[in-house]
Design a protein around this ligand. Sequence first.
Ligand code: HEC
Length: 132
Amino acid sequence: MKLISVLFTTMVFIFLSACDTNPYKHGEIMYQNFCASCHMDDGTGLEGNIPPLAGADYITQHRSNLACIIRYGMQDTISVNGIIYNNAMPGVPQLTDFEIANILNYINHSWGNDYGFVTIDEVRASLEKCKQ
Ligand code: HEC
């Protein structure tokens, strides 16, 4: 009887683990590895130095540029939620198109953001425009 109960508990555990289907898990890991050191774990950035990604108007207004920013970086003077930023962001050229899509989808669905799903085709079309 005891054995059956141990087996049952194990099976329930395995079943629950298999149900842990956070669709943005991979993007979250990539974000933590490549972005969080500047933009912070919670996407708030550092006011005046590093722009936020959480609740950022820039993301909704420049959707088709975001893949290029991630791959090639940016050095510009931009306004995010009314605050000016002009530090340089280095690109992360080793990220694949899929990894970029996963990171963008994690950002678009985190910290209260509800910015919609980005497809791999959309990422590829964006990257065509800034191919270097
Ligand atoms: C070394 C610090 C640093 C790292 C690492 C970094 N960024 Fe940035 N990011 C910046 C800075 C600084 C800017 C503003 C650039 C400018 O003013 O031209 C910026 C701008 C942005 C913007 C546009 C502005 C906004 O806040 O919406 C996005 C989107 C962005 N970064 C996403 C990312 C993502 C995704 C990653 C990881 C793949 C990443 N960044 C990694 C520093 C960084």
